[in-house]
Ligand binder design. Sequence first.
Ligand SMILES: [Fe+2]
Ligand SMILES: [Fe+2]
Length: 405
Amino acid sequence: MLDQQLNFFYYMILFAAYCFAGWVVEVIYRSLTRRKFVNAGFLFGPFLPIYGIGAFLVIVLEHVLRDWPVALRLAAFGLVITLLEYMAGYLSEKIFKLTLWDYSEYRFNLHGRVCLRFSILWTLLAMGFVMVVHPEALRRVAMLPDGLVQIAAILFLLYFWIDYTFSVISLAAFRKGVAYLYEEYFNLSSLEIEDILKSFQRLREAFPDLNKYVHQNINRRIRIKVGSFLKPVSEKIFQELDGRKPFEAEYYETVRDILEHEEFRKLKDYFHHNSSIYHHVHDVAYLSYRISKFLRLDYRSAARGALLHDFFLYDWRNHDVPDLPREKFHGLEHPKIAVANAKKYFSLNDIEEDIIRKHMWPLTLVPPKYKESYIVSFADKYLSSKEFISEYKKRIEKRRSKFSE
Ligand SMILES: [Fe+2]
Ligand SMILES: [Fe+2]
């Protein structure tokens, strides 16, 4: 397994080759499961060092245990690889605060860092590797001229060191970027916010927990900020809501053109919670209008944006329309569809567009930009849950009366 004739540089080349092969395996696996190209790993270049380290561990292990029966060798491989995987996961979480992979949804996992299914898979791959791949690779690499191998190995080491340094810097920049985004969130334009998030696209796609990190650092803190301005609302506004009279005329004046629009009235035909979308958006719009007026915000935009927030013309429980094919997720897609429909028939200002686009936050990663958007999102959730509850009660009631008949 270990050729005494070959020097350090030959093994360096093999190490690079195994890191590269590991990268190829990961990219294929991740791209197939995500159905798009995903550049796996922490480094910029096409290398995954954990595969190189794992390969060399099993090579040495095979060298030491070569006289043992296969079953015992398999067990030893499994143990060592599982330990390596666990340690790599643990160290990256502790040092870089980065979850490189996450098995927490698999059965028999330990802290999401290792799981039975993958440990078995790795063990079998390792066995195949030491029996077939490595001897062949060793034979081929031994045929390369000494000088060439030395130069290639030194270049690889140099490259590796540079890539590692830049990768650590880019991770630090990512964390800084997220902190900046949070501090300046309400002062940045939507385009600037998108640009910042886009610049971290590769890291976010390669690591399962970076979106969680963004969520925790932006969304949670923003939610606390928003909670502080919404607090007086929940205490006062709901008591006042019954006295509708002086407000109603102004509210209708603000939204009359939308309510009377032929296309918008079609929303009456589509079911939502326990009534129609039309009734649902009407309720959300009125509540948003009242809260925004109470807080001296732009109540016109709040009312209009809220009225258009669910402007989609299909039944969300069973959809297969050109707007939204069956396999697409209604929860994430319908705000975009509503924006497109709203723009087709009405003109939207920035606040109104933000209201519609972000009303499903925090399901969408990027939080709303305006206080009015938070109000609509809050009113929508508040009323939806009320509608859900009353619909649920109605169904239970129906079922009960059926049984008692
Ligand atoms: Fe919605
Ligand atoms: Fe809604």
